[in-house]
Design a protein around this ligand. Structure first.
Ligand code: 5RP
Length: 218
């Protein structure tokens, strides 16, 4: 099975968590796109969705799946999204697609976060994948200097603006031994909107696709 096939399988497995007549939180990225395509097959069974990015909202609407504003729905039962890296403790790095802030908001508003990955994403220590930080444009240089003090090498994501009109710094060179601590430290820097660590509030269920099938980690 190649990586795309593993992503499709794990997305299909996440459909098991969808409850009838509920609103589903939907993530962003190629794995989440497979989930959206699977959701299209059962769209008559759900009330609708809340999307974590404009790109996902467009894909959902393209399938004729209703997309609601988060402010117009109550708490969400289920959020399904991919990750760039995950540990077996379900702590994640996200934001490779630049949607980290809305992803963190929709995940927080959801009772259960089911993270779907292929087995290339599972690591012992987070940090090999550059950690994205969304920053307010005027704070870019200031935040970058603070990140250097924390031992990272920030690189501006060239030509990229988030759905919220902000910039992304991708932080290289980190070996993240205390993910929750670093998540809080980064969020405390004025000008940081959020960072891509999902450690203080990790996923609830991790579905890992590999050539031998889909493994569930809780
Ligand atoms: C987007 C994300 C994605 O979940 C992450 O980048 C994984 O993407 P993919 O499924 O394409 O590998 O956090 O902001």
């Amino acid at each position: 099975m190649n990586q795309d096939e593993m992503k499709r399988e794990v997305a299909r497995a996440a459909i098991e968590y969808v409850e009838t007549d509920t609103v589903i939180g939907v993530g962003t990225g190629s794995t989440a796109n497979y989930f959206i395509d699977e959701l299209a097959n059962i769209k008559g069974r759900i009330e609708g969705t809340v999307a974590s990015s404009n790109a996902s909202a467009e894909r959902l609407k393209g399938h004729g799946i209703p997309v609601y504003n988060l402010n117009d729905v109550g708490d969400i039962g289920l959020y399904v999204d991919g990750a760039d890296e995950t540990t077996r403790h379900l702590q994640l790095t996200k934001g490779g697609g630049g949607a980290l802030t809305r992803e963190k908001i929709v995940a927080a508003a959801s009772e259960k976060f089911v993270c779907i990955v292929d087995d290339t994403k599972v690591v012992d220590i987070l940090g090999a994948f550059p950690l994205p930080i969304e920053v307010i444009p005027m704070a870019r240089s200031y935040v970058a200097r603070q990140v250097v003090k924390l031992g990272g090498e920030p690189v501006l994501r060239e030509g990229f603006t988030t759905d919220n009109g902000n910039l992304i710094l991708d932080v290289h060179g980190l070996s993240i031994m205390e993910p929750s601590r670093l998540e809080a430290q980064l969020n405390n820097i004025p000008g940081v909107v959020t960072n891509g660590l999902f450690a203080m509030d990790p996923a609830d269920v991790l579905l890992v696709g590999s050539s031998s099938g889909v493994e569930t980690v809780r």
